[in-house]
Write a protein that binds this ligand. Sequence first.
Ligand code: T3D
Length: 263
Amino acid sequence: MSYEHIIFNVDAGVALLSLNRPDQLNAFNTKMHEEVREALKAVRSDKHVRVLLLTGEGRGFCAGQDLSDRNVAPGVERPDLGVSIERFYNPLLCALRDLPLPVICAVNGVAAGAGANIPLVCDIVLAARSASFIQAFCKIGLIPDSGGTWSLPRLVGMARAKALAMLGNKLSAEQAQQWGLIHQVVDDADLRYEALKLARMLATQPTAGLALTKRALNASFDNTFEQQLTLERDLQRLAGHTDDYREGVSAFMEKRPADFKGR
Ligand code: T3D
């Protein structure tokens, strides 16, 4: 399939999905939503894909909803934004969070509105030193969506979450790392290289086990300790049935590098 607003390719077990409307700082229009949805479906169904790398082209990662698609002229019927959230944003966030493989996000520049919250459901987030995160919603009278009201308090605590959401100030990549919002800051020129290096390395690892790890960690804040122990038991049972577990233990015992297949 050919795409107009994203770049999508698969190489060496890594699916690269890059948002590609650089003149609009990769803001989402309907077509871009549809293309991302198609690409994520392809990722899910392609057994060769073991890691997803999400990033953006140009100087922005993503500026959220394309506001030029919203007609707010006087006299025009007010839009039902709930429909847009239900049709596009919520399925996108769930698809990323539930993808049964590691998702790396390389935030290459400014990330605003929905664009600031999409990285927060990815598994490992790297950001260029010049990147920034802006909960821009409050500047146009909206609330943080794309899971922001869920992710932010969990990642940075309620006090900082409320200040970010209500002030809409720019959070630098370094501050985002210090606050625990993202994993690592990388020099701008190195971001794509470092993110691909990480993705390619992860694609050689026991990715079925990593997918189960992700499931366990994603569930942890909503479970009691006992529920989480039960989940760990169930997921470890699945992990123990994978070829990669057999290979990992054999390789250890035979003192050789493991050759994991992701199943
Ligand atoms: O509607 C629904 O479906 C509900 C769901 C909502 C989800 C949301 O994401 S709501 C939040 C929408 N996003 C924003 O409010 C952010 C708007 N953008 C900005 O505040 C700024 O552009 C940035 C802080 C992100 C970056 O500022 P700066 O100074 O680096 O760049 P700029 O000059 O403002 O933008 C560069 C170009 O991108 C510019 O176009 P031009 O003048 O060169 O032709 C600008 O209009 C365009 N652009 C940036 N963001 C958007 C956009 N065009 C359309 N929609 C955007 N969101």
